[in-house]
Design a protein around this ligand. Structure first.
Ligand code: NAX
Ligand code: ADP
Ligand code: K
Length: 496
């Protein structure tokens, strides 16, 4: 994949920095220079000129504060009025000396209210309190109190140095106070916390400064970009026929939830697949909506089961049990959604993709002995998606404003492609159908390398989110409209 956005943990970044620092490469100087350029750009965008702009630098005890102080010094030399507020007893001495020499002012955090007022009144606040040295417990002590006082008064324009201070760098957790940023300038590599929920939004726009780091091992979390979809999509070969393109079997819907059957098959039909087979009690409605759908049993390459299925529906239960047997015994890939999550066997392989939202994941984990509720899952989506993958063996696609996918061989994706308008009933059914079509189209490849299921799940989330944008840019969307926007979205992505 060409454009995939990669992130690396604090430990990987530190290990990659080591040889460069040992060789005397001036990493901090480079980081601070790039940072000051981004800040200067932001100031010019916001007020036209640097001269007379006021920047307040919040300085923590470590090198993150050092970066901020050095950038502050460069800005001061360009006519910016720079005030540094020292939030800890320790401070990077080189940075402090540089700022003072450049004419910057330095104050210790003695009167919290005064410091907060100074920050709120600034044109820009540079957040250099904590970087990758954060212990992940949120901002403590004076720094925490200061940020709280700033936020209460009305957050100014904030540029985060490397990461927003207080954010869980490796897991995106928001524990305690976090200073949300408008822009984050991240050094060396991007960090998982900048793309993972729930913290990702705290970073605002993210810019990456290349320091020549070569991190070892696989990236911790990746995000697919539009251009990656073409590498994953099952584009039919010139000599394709419907069976080589793949057949997806859909067990969805009931008399009570007939719409789910229509929406799931819509997702599959519109995503493009050789054939969609429907199994269930509302075949009349499905065929009325999609004459292309074939009703009844037959050979399939992949399955979707669960949307609109109630656990007390004996007929659908039986069909799902039949499909699950195929998934387990023949390795046929599957999407296990909604009502079928309760029917998931204790252990399946990563070729089965479960697609819960936070509440459903909490329930599934509860059934397997983890006492978590929806709020726990929302606070630490990656942790609990990982746990569900460990417990079930399935690839886990955890839905939300940022969708997290955990699959085989340590694959983790975080996709943030959808507008909040997509949080609407039935949108999940369309995603299930769309992903089922993808799995059917790439069934053989998934059987050969089950970690591919995670990439396909991430691609489905990307396409789903972009289809929601396309269906009605900037406004409300209904689930059916998202399905109807799939062909155009996919054509655009394949041309990208
Ligand atoms: N190693 C290097 O030379 C480079 C480091 N860089 C910068 O250095 C940063 C990392 O520097 P450090 O390792 O000094 O770490 P930090 O600057 O993140 O500071 C860590 C220190 O903060 C304190 N702390 C940790 N958690 C806390 C909490 N929850 N509340 C309050 N205080 C807490 C501890 O005393 C800890 O030692 C990076 O994020 C980046 O900004 C860049 O300049 C690039 C080069
Ligand atoms: N705030 C949000 N921003 C963007 N997308 C969202 C947001 N909330 C939910 N989504 C997406 O909307 C879809 C909702 O699916 P789901 O919860 O299964 O609904 P349903 O079961 O009614 O179909 C998922 O794809 C999810 O990722
Ligand atoms: K920071």
């Amino acid at each position: 994949m060409r454009n995939v956005l990669q992130t690396w943990t604090s430990a990987q970044v530190r290990a990659a920095e080591e040889p460069l620092l040992a060789a005397g490469v001036p990493l901090m100087g480079r980081a601070a220079f790039a940072l000051h350029v981004w800040v200067a750009d932001a100031l010019r965008d916001r007020r036209g000129t640097l001269t007379g702009a006021r920047v307040v630098v919040l300085v923590g005890p470590g090198n993150n504060g050092g970066d901020a102080l050095h950038a502050g010094a460069l800005l001061a030399r360009r006519g910016v009025e720079v005030h540094a507020v020292l939030t800890a007893d320790r401070v990077h001495q080189g940075g402090l000396t540089a700022l003072r020499a450049a004419g910057g002012r330095v104050l210790r955090l003695e009167r919290l209210e005064d410091a907060a007022a100074l920050a709120v009144g600034a044109d820009l606040v540079l957040d250099g309190v904590l970087g990758i040295g954060s212990d992940g417990s949120g901002l403590r002590g004076a720094a925490g109190a200061l940020v709280e006082a700033i936020v209460q008064r009305g957050r100014p324009y904030v540029v985060a140095v490397d990461v927003p201070s207080g954010l869980g760098v490796d897991d995106g957790r928001r524990e305690g106070v976090v200073l949300d940023a408008d822009l984050t300038v991240s050094f060396g590599t991007l960090k998982p916390g900048l793309v993972l929920p729930p913290g990702a939004r705290a970073a605002g726009r993210v810019e990456h400064v290349d320091l020549g780091l070569e991190p070892a091992g696989a990236p911790a979390v990746v995000r697919l970009e539009a251009a990656d979809v073409a590498d994953l999509w099952p584009v039919p070969a010139p000599d394709a026929h419907k069976y080589t393109r793949g057949v997806v079997g859909v067990v969805a819907g009931s008399r009570a939830y007939a719409g789910a059957a229509v929406l799931t098959t819509s997702g599959a039909v519109r995503a493009g697949v050789g054939m969609v087979r429907y199994l269930g009690d509302v075949a009349d409605l499905v065929v009325a909506a999609h004459p292309e759908v074939v009703v009844g049993h037959g050979r399939v390459q992949a399955w979707v089961f669960g949307p609109g299925v109630s656990p007390d529906d004996a007929g659908q239960r039986r069909r799902i049990e039949y499909a699950v047997q195929h998934v387990r015994e023949r390795g046929e890939p599957a999407v296990v959604d909604a009502g079928a999550l309760d029917l998931l066997p204790p252990h399946v392989g990563p070729h089965a993709v479960i697609t819960p939202h936070a509440g459903e994941l909490a329930r599934l984990l509860g059934q397997r002995g983890e006492a978590v509720d929806r709020a726990d899952v929302e606070a630490e989506p990656l942790r609990w998606a990982r746990r569900a993958h460990e417990l079930t063996g399935a690839t886990v696609l955890l839905k939300g404003s940022v969708t997290v996918v955990v699959g085989a061989r340590g694959a983790v994706y975080a996709q943030a492609d959808a507008p909040p308008w997509l949080a609407t009933a039935g949108a999940g059914d369309v995603l299930a159908g769309l992903l089922g079509a993808l799995l059917a189209g790439r069934a053989q490849a998934v059987q050969e390398d089950p970690s591919l299921a995670a990439a396909l799940a991430a691609a489905a989330a990307l396409v789903h989110g972009r289809a929601a944008h396309r269906a009605n840019p900037g406004g409300p969307v209904a689930a059916q409209a998202v399905a109807d926007a799939l062909p155009g979205t996919i054509a655009e992505l394949l041309g990208a």
